[in-house]
Structure formats: C-alpha cells, structure tokens
Design a protein around this ligand. Structure first.
Ligand code: PLP
Length: 381
C-alpha cells in the first residue's frame, strides 16, 4: 500500500531538493565552526551562513540582515521574544487560536507577574478585531498572534491587528509556524515587530533550525534568552549589544542553516505564488469533496483562500483517534489526531477535548492524494 503523507503541518516531507546535499556538504567539507577562528575553512562557512541570513532577512522583510536571528525553531523564537521583552507588571495579549508554543509560554509568564488576556476568535478561527481592541491597557507591552492556525488553517487578520497595535504604540509579534513558506510573511508588509518561524515546516528545510525576524525597536528592547560565547567582544562579561550576536550565544546549527538556505533557493525558483495557487486549489478540492457529508464537521473558513492547507475533520459518529488509525491501516494515509498542541484553538472551534483528525498539504501533495483522502474520510464517516 502506498503511503500518503498528509502531516505537513507537523513537519514537511519530502524536503526541498538540495536540502540533504547542503546538510551533508557542511558535515563533510565545512570545517569545525564559524565566527571563532580565522582560517579559510572557518571564514568560508561563515560567509555561507551570512548569505543564508541575508536571504532570510530579505524573505521576512527585515530592515537589516543582522535583525534575522537563528534559533532551533519557532518555539525557541517565541520564548526569545516573550521572555526577552516582558517584565513584571506588563500585560500581554494573545489570541484564542494559539499553539502551546505561545500559550504555555504566556501562561508560564503569568507566574512571573505578567498579566495575560486572550483575544477571542469566532467559530471559524477568525480574529475578532473589536474584541482585541477592547483588551488594550496602558500597561499592554506586546500582542502576540498566530498567523495561521495549525488546527484548521485559518489565516488571522494580522494587518488589522497591526493597525490597532500601531495606534497604541504596542509591538506585535507573529507566530508564523504555519504561514512561512505558504503565504507572504514580511515584517514590513504585516506591520509586525517580530516573526517567529520554524525551518522544517512550510520552508521545507531540516528540523532543528528556525529563527526570529525582529524590528530594530523590538531588538533594542529585548534581553537575551541565552548567554554565552559569541566569538565577539570576548573581553566583556556582558553579552554584546550588536546583532545578531546578542541573541545567538553558543554554536549554531550550521548544517541546518545551510539546509534551510537550499530550501529557500528552491522556494524562490518554484515561486511562492505558484506554490500558494497549488495549495489553494488542493485545499478547495478537499473541502468540496467533504462538503455535504452529515457525519463530519470541518471547522474553519469555507473559502480555501482564507486558510493555509490545513484541514481538520471531526468525525461525529466515531472516535477521531480510531478514524486516524483506520486512515493509516486501511488507506496508508498519515494524519495527526488529537489536540495538535493547541487546546485554546480547539476550545474556540468547539472541538475540545475530543480534538480532530488533521490533514495538512504541501507543495508536493498530488491531487490524487487529496481525492484518496477525501474518499477515505467519507467511507469512514
Ligand atoms: N506554533 C505553531 C502554530 C505550530 O503549529 C508549531 C508546531 O507545530 C509551533 C508553533 C512550534 O514549532 P516548532 O516545533 O518548530 O518549535
């Protein structure tokens, strides 16, 4: 039986062409480390890493490439921003569609004297801007919102939220774990101060590499999450003020960075617009095939243009976990069931605590695979 991988929201597979060669190339020929030693092997790899930083900074609309910070992934970037910025007495607003990367970190900070408000979203996962507007307080220090839901793909109105934030001079941070590589994610276009992204999902790179794109004002206000050696200002016990060193202590994931660089080159050559058109077409195809079945619920916006390629199915007459197991055993279709690390989102969508079966599509997903998944859902429903 052929396996159909529809768990792209958890981690893209296959990776973009060129990724594994770039990772292996660094491990086999790249030398030991960068930013420490001055021989050509080290500086050569350093230049390659710099080139990827420049590419990513341009991709995410940073005003300077130093404002692109490498981290192990979206979770680490969210922690970097929230823990780096917020202090006791501050107020943080998040949305009712957050992943635990944001929700648990925000919740942990309430134990350190930071007040937390959750902006409600409607039953499709769309952000209620009026309700968000009413949550601001004089001590609101940051708004952090997911860009696209990892449960049902809803794209939140980030530019709308940014307008509210700008009116009050409050920075906006975006969790782009499910949007980067799918739809444009640029600090300048979104009006955001931080974009936290993983390399291993929509960007089609390896696991263990991601980053944070920061605005200059946010970078200036943040303290480092991790301290240690940077290969710069080594005479000082303080972390250097310069970016990116201020937020990049220790040895980075060099194979991951070069792998991500290769993935980015692929995305550029394939064209984000073309990949997005493919995603919208497949999402629409899947949603249309499921429409009208009375034994399932498919939360999220009805129009494929309003979501990324993430479709959740709630089986109304059977257990969702059993349905996911049957999808694998009987049809070879790989999905993810449960709460998807997003209990807040499931509460918003009315699918807590039972969760859903999530199908997530990628640039290499074929129409026939979507058809097979839809037929299997209808048969199991
Ligand atoms: N935010 C969202 C919306 C996610 O879907 C995920 C992962 O699924 C994360 C954050 C965490 O990403 P990572 O595992 O790369 O840290």
């Amino acid at each position: 039986m052929k396996t159909v991988y529809l768990d792209q929201a958890a981690g893209s597979f296959p990776k973009a062409p060129g990724v594994s060669a770039a990772v292996a190339g660094l491990l086999e020929h790249g030398g030991g480390n960068i930013n420490r030693s001055s021989y050509a092997l080290s500086t050569g790899t350093g230049l390659q890493v710099m080139a990827v930083r420049e590419e990513l900074a341009a991709f995410f609309g940073c005003s300077a490439c130093e404002e692109l910070i490498f981290t192990p992934g979206a979770t680490q970037s969210v922690n970097l921003v929230l823990r780096g910025l917020l202090r006791p007495g501050d107020h943080l607003i998040i949305s009712g569609m957050e992943h635990n990367a944001v929700y648990r970190t925000a919740h942990a900070l309430t134990g350190a004297g930071i007040a937390l408000s959750v902006a409600p979203c409607d039953g499709t996962g769309a952000l209620d801007l009026d309700a968000l507007d009413r949550l601001f307080r004089p001590e609101t220090r940051l708004v952090m919102l997911t860009h696209a839901s990892n449960v049902c793909g809803t794209i939140l109105d980030i530019p709308g939220a940014a307008r509210l934030c700008r009116r009050r001079g409050v920075p906006l941070a975006v969790d782009a774990a499910q949007s980067a590589g799918h739809i444009p994610v640029r600090l300048d276009e979104l009006g955001a101060d931080a974009v936290c992204f993983p390399g291993h999902k929509g960007l089609l790179g390896p696991q263990g590499i991601g980053g944070a794109a920061l605005s200059p004002r946010l970078a200036r206000a943040m303290t480092p999450l991790i301290t240690g050696g940077t290969g710069s200002s080594s005479d000082s016990p303080e972390m250097p003020a310069e970016l990116p060193d201020r937020f990049e202590a220790g040895t980075g994931n060099l194979p991951g960075i070069l792998g991500l660089g290769a993935a980015l080159s692929y995305l550029r050559s394939a064209g984000l617009d073309r990949l997005r058109a493919h995603e919208v077409a497949l999402t629409g195809r899947f949603l249309s095939a499921l429409r009208g079945c009375p034994h399932i619920r498919v939360p999220g916006p009805p129009r494929p243009e309003d979501r990324v390629g993430v479709i959740s199915v709630d089986f109304l007459r059977r257990d969702n976990a059993e349905a996911a197991a049957d999808l694998e055993e009987r049809y070879g279709i790989l999905t993810r069931c449960g709460l998807h690390c997003a209990p807040l989102a499931h509460r918003t969508l009315g699918t807590f605590p039972r969760g859903t079966v999530r199908f997530s599509l990628g640039p290499f997903t074929a129409p026939e695979e979507v058809d097979a998944a839809a037929q299997a859902v209808l048969a199991l429903a």
